[in-house]
Design a protein around this ligand. Structure first.
Ligand code: MV4
Length: 469
């Protein structure tokens, strides 16, 4: 395969900047795309070239495949990195790139497609010997079939939409009458949300942890896992804090989950970076949930504990080169990293997105602190896109050190002009269950009391201002 000399970044915000930075270090010319709302964005300024691909709404710009492909062709790009979100898991886009002679920095369109359908993904993994939650054998057509399944595995059960993912279209049923009622509701909901009413059933785990394994595979047959991330601190399926390694895994379990992830990789001949998501039950059993066929928001925590630059590996792999860390032995784990998502959201008003002017932006620094962000003082947060402003990633030799470093870094982090999730994080890093690493997917509901959070945000926790001597 040909070397990559110019790469177009089909994204915006911090991830576009992240990819531009990787290009610079690799000596690759970068081309940014931007919407009319992002004309003054850092990703457009820092790239070697920038092309406007349409008006502010993403449907007209960052999701506009013909415009993005034209931008790549006219700028002389030979590869396209999709980042995350937007077109990153769109098989048609990966195919359109290939058809235009552009290298798509990601897996094949076929792999994206197969993992995109959650029921297909599940049966592929079952066949490959990857543990899956006890579930129905494919699509469940009728309430009678659903009842038969539930009687076999026992209640509670979970109804999932085949076209769903990210928690959309899921319904729990605790008993037979709930199942009959929720089965029809779930199908109707799925039809409205995804244009596909197919559902399947699983045994419901009541307090799982969300553990995901980062994998890398190249075109030379090398495949490795970069250990796990624990993403149990979520709110309504939006991740807020991710850490690596997971405080819940023993060495044996870590190796077992890593090997299971590699089975998943081999089952679909997966190439490039991917993430295999598992649910970890309280008894140490783990089950495949889904595979993300892109780089993820939280990839930096893995980079910090392994020293592997995941974006650069992605680009090397796409160019047909061997990845730098081609053997499992070459990947060692050191210390502990935690990522905090700093969103333009108001934690006292239901985490409602809050676009507007960032009057002042002072990110923290110092040893063990990384901030990935596209924001600067005077930056206008547009209302059209997701509300991620910055990712604060702290590293420490131990989890306790990382938590202490997080407290001081969050305290240094100043954003003036709009509300952010910083005070939420300040609350969590003092909260005893988080400090003891007792976090499950229901952590926020269970341990972040809204009234206590409001008091904390409104009264402020900062020390009183000092006086001049
Ligand atoms: C589950 C589950 C319990 N039991 N499946 C939510 C997102 C979707 N990808 C899968 N999800 C879940 N599937 C069974 N059989 C609980 C969840 C779940 C969850 C999973 C990961 C992270 C946060 C979550 C929050 C609520 C529910």
């Amino acid at each position: 395969m040909a070397a990559i000399r110019t790469l177009l970044v089909a994204n915006r915000g911090e991830v576009a900047l992240r990819v531009v930075r990787a290009c610079k270090e690799l000596g690759i010319r970068s081309v940014a795309v931007f919407s009319e709302a992002d004309r003054d964005s850092l990703h457009a300024r820092m790239a070697d070239q920038a092309v406007c691909v349409g008006p502010a709404p993403s449907s007209a710009s960052y999701l506009n495949m013909p415009n993005i492909i034209s931008a790549a062709l006219t700028s002389g790009a030979d590869a396209v990195h999709p980042g995350y979100g937007f077109l990153a898991e769109n098989a048609a886009f990966a195919r359109a790139c290939a058809d235009s002679g552009l290298v798509f920095v990601g897996p094949s369109a076929d792999a994206i497609e197969r993992m995109g359908d959650k029921a297909v993904a599940r049966s592929t993994m079952m066949a490959a010997g990857v543990p899956c939650v006890p579930g129905s054998d494919g699509i469940v057509e009728t309430a009678e079939e659903a009842l038969a399944f539930a009687r076999e595995v026992g209640f509670p059960v979970l109804i999932k939409a085949s076209a769903g993912g990210g928690g959309k279209g899921m319904r729990v049923a605790a008993d037979e009458s709930e199942l009959v009622h929720n089965f029809t509701a779930a199908k109707t909901e799925a039809a409205a949300a995804f244009g596909n009413d197919e559902v399947y059933l699983e045994k419901y785990l009541s307090r799982p942890r969300h553990i995901e394994i980062q994998v890398l595979a190249d075109t030379h047959g090398n495949a490795i896992y970069l250990y796990e991330r624990d993403c149990s601190v979520q709110r309504r399926h939006q991740k807020l804090i991710e850490e690596a390694p997971s405080p819940a895994l023993s060495e044996e379990l870590r190796a077992a989950m890593g090997e299971a992830a590699l089975k998943a990789v081999r089952a679909v001949d997966y190439v490039n970076a991917g993430t295999v998501e598992f649910l970890l039950d309280t008894d140490g059993s783990f089950f495949f949930m889904e595979m993300n066929t892109r780089v993820q928001v939280e990839h930096p925590v893995t980079e910090q504990i392994t020293g592997v630059d995941i974006i650069k590996e992605q680009i090397r792999i796409a160019a047909g080169d061997r990845m730098t860390h081609a053997s499992q032995d070459s990947v060692t784990l050191r210390g502990h990293a935690i990522e905090f998502r700093i969103n333009a959201e108001d934690p006292i008003h239901n985490f409602r997105p809050h676009p507007g002017m960032v009057e002042c932006f002072n990110p923290p620094g110092g040893f063990g602190v990384r901030v990935d962000s596209h924001v600067y003082g005077g930056y206008m947060v547009p209302p059209y896109y997701d509300s991620l402003l910055a990712k604060l990633i702290v590293w420490g030799e131990t989890r306790d050190e990382a938590v202490a470093r997080a407290r001081r870094a969050l305290d240094e982090f100043i954003v003036v002009g709009i509300p952010t999730t910083i005070p939420f994080h300040q609350f969590v890093v003092e909260e005893p269950h988080f400090v003891k690493a007792e976090v499950y997917t229901d952590y926020v509901e269970q341990h972040v009391d809204q009234a206590a959070l409001n008091a904390f945000v409104i009264d402020g926790s900062r020390p009183e201002e000092g006086h001049d001597v």
